[in-house]
Design a protein around this ligand. Sequence first.
Ligand code: NA7
Length: 867
Amino acid sequence: MNQPTPVPEQVDAVVVGAGFSGLYMLYRLRELGLSAKVLEAADDVGGTWYWNRYPGARCDIPTTDYTFSFDPELEKEWTWSEKYATQPEILDYLRLVADRHGLRSDIEFSATVTSARWDEQEERWRITTGRGEQIRCRYYIMATGCLSVPKSPDIEGAGRFAGPVYFTSRWPHEGVDFTGQRVAVIGTGSSGIQSIPLIARQASQLTVFQRTANFSVPAHNGPAPADRLKLLDEDRAGYRHAARWSRGGIPVEPTDVLGVAASEEVRRERFEAAWAQGELFSILNIFADQGVNPASNDIVAEMIREKIRSVVTDPATAEALCPKNHYFGTKRPCLDTGYFETYNLPHVRLVDLREQPIVSITEDGIETAEESFGFDAIVYATGFDAMTGALVAADVTGRDGLSLTEKWAAGPSTYLGLMTAGFPNFFMLTGPGSPSVLSNMAVSIEQHVDWVAGCLKDMRDQGLETIEPTELAEAGWNQHVQDCAAITLHPTANSWYMGANVPGKPLVFLPYIGGVDAYRQACDDVVEQDYLGLQLAGPGGDRCRDGVIRRMQPDVAMVLAFMATLDLPAMETLSAADARGLLAATAADRPPGPEVGEVTDGVIPGPAGDLPYRLYRPAGPPMGPRPLVVYFHGGGWVLGDLDSDDPLCRELCERSGALILSVNYRHAPEDRFPAAALDAFAAVQWADANAVGLGGIPGQLAVAGWSAGANVAAVACQLARDAGGPRISGQLLICPVVDSDLTPPSYQENGDGYILTTALMRWFWDYYADPSDRGDPRAAPLRGDLHGLPPAGIVTADFDPLRDEGVAYARALEAAGVPVRLTRARGHTHTSVTMVGVVISGAPVRAEMGQALRTFFPSAEPQELVS
Ligand code: NA7
């Protein structure tokens, strides 16, 4: 007789995992009155802190902060015994949380999820467990942790060893006694670095196999930090609030000291203070630029290497322990207690796998390219399939039979690290694309759980039953996550942040590095903007406000935010003289731009007097003649001079390998239209006639300019064509003014808030040209005849009022048969693309500018030019 099919259990929400995030999620679901079930593979709560029981396992965030804040009574009741708690203490804490709130009754232990499928008809998830149970739920929430699926040992012969094998991530509950044993530890990440000193206390011989030397800082463990305790005592709520709105989830004031600019004394002082403090977020905050500037990073890295050398007595071992192949902070730095000192013990040895790689694990030990080692036990501290491992392992299938594994074959794709398109009502807590592992997990977990709970409440209140991101919103978020990473040094490392530790895993930067504060704001903004980018449906009606929550490059947004704090007067409210003064003052502190070979100043005879110029010659060989680019600065025909665009000229010189001849021209209101245009044309004629004397190659002449400078450059090309010469090889127009119409959509969208405003453009035009002249092609080159003009490289920026006219000029040139290379500066403003040394995300755009210039000079044999 057939067994009756068991009726699937129904709950509102299934949560997978009973660690920090699963426990708090359950608490909040219950608070909402939703029925919930937590499925946990272990036989107790704890998640990461259940499994990682290896000797020395501790948190690396101070316990004052690595703690729940949602339960004020719990905060009063519980006192951490140390600055960095041990695994057993953290586990006790999580057990207490579960018991205090009676959470265990809704947790099913020893329950593994084997599959989860979205049922389109029922609009429910169907969950199957390893025991064959079926559960149907509306919401499926992964609280599976970022570091929960151990990386399988990808070492030849891994199964061959006859003795006991231990994984730090799956340590025996009863502990291990290594007394008198010859022990191997493979891996020197946090787990290795924490456990090695303790294993060394027992083992008769300890051999550490190191593939990558790691940066580690002494934890200086002891009582919880007095300064933080004091702050908490004085104002607990304020402290927690500050943590929630901090960069890393711990109240640390971000420094503005630049490593490259600081004196040796300041560098040393800041480093020693951070070293003495023994906190990750201090050592990562010595200099504002250490995460983005290799030179600054090197200063910190070298000081850490000095410390290692001062501790480890054997020079060869010390050198092998000094990290040299990744920037500090681009792999997770470690906190240790006596790690480097351990190598001074006579029975401890380091094997550098870069010198002698492992050939195979053998029955009785490990064979490297140079030696055979015999061991009684092997410990793998080889890490995890981080951030995505647990999510894809759970066999999740969304709409149309698409599995998460298939969808993420080229890397994870999420909206806010919380959801993914095609998987309705599926939430990930601290998923890829959220700050997660780069932050204090306790703060990030609470923020995610609160967001999901708030979202479920809003849905219920509004009669909505399904939620799912749109493709557009998700693609936008993924782009933003990558944009944030791209301005840092992080993507340069072979780290698990990049998925580089797991063979075959796509190389994508996994966490969100823009900061806990910026991330929280983005999540809040999504809600504020009526759940932007999310499709919601249910009896309450279907709705979707589609869009991208963050389109601006992160460093551009930072510059704008910084400028807002300066509270500068709007340029158009000033006189021309005061506006010029303000521009010069704001330019005074900026980075100088790259070194070039030579800079000389001179004057050109213009139609109405001398025009100052500055000539930039690229560094390095060849010393012979170069192509010549006549450059015109920006400033709305009113502002700017040779200094204002100096850093950009240097960069263009360096990137193009050409001579850059930056020429000043007459300004309005003193000299109005067409003075600037006529000066520009005269400068081009003079440059052509004097190319040899300037060091140029006759006949290899281009023009370039930014903003109003691009306007006069474009006009000069039209005048040269009309005059039958000189021959111009190309025109690089950076965010050009090519028309006097202030009504295109880009003016509507970007006319306020991005430095160049509609009001300022109107002010510029009013100074420069009478309304009756503004249709003249020498003022508005878009209105001229565009046939027979030189090839153009045109750069437009997304957040520029001038964007549409730049695009229009490119289209019109193309229509007239002129070759055009149009570069869209994604996420940039009119000014940000030119901010050399400040806006790092502008570097690829400036590289494009250099490339565009190179293409103008085909005969110049670019390989001879130095970039
Ligand atoms: P990690 O940080 O991923 O460290 C793993 C270590 O194991 C690391 O040194 C790896 O070297 C090494 N490893 C991995 N595979 C191999 C092979 N095949 N051969 C030799 N060495 C290998 O994991 P942890 O558990 O230490 O720490 C994880 C996080 O937990 C930590 O960052 C904290 O956030 C807490 P590699 O660097 O890849 O060359």
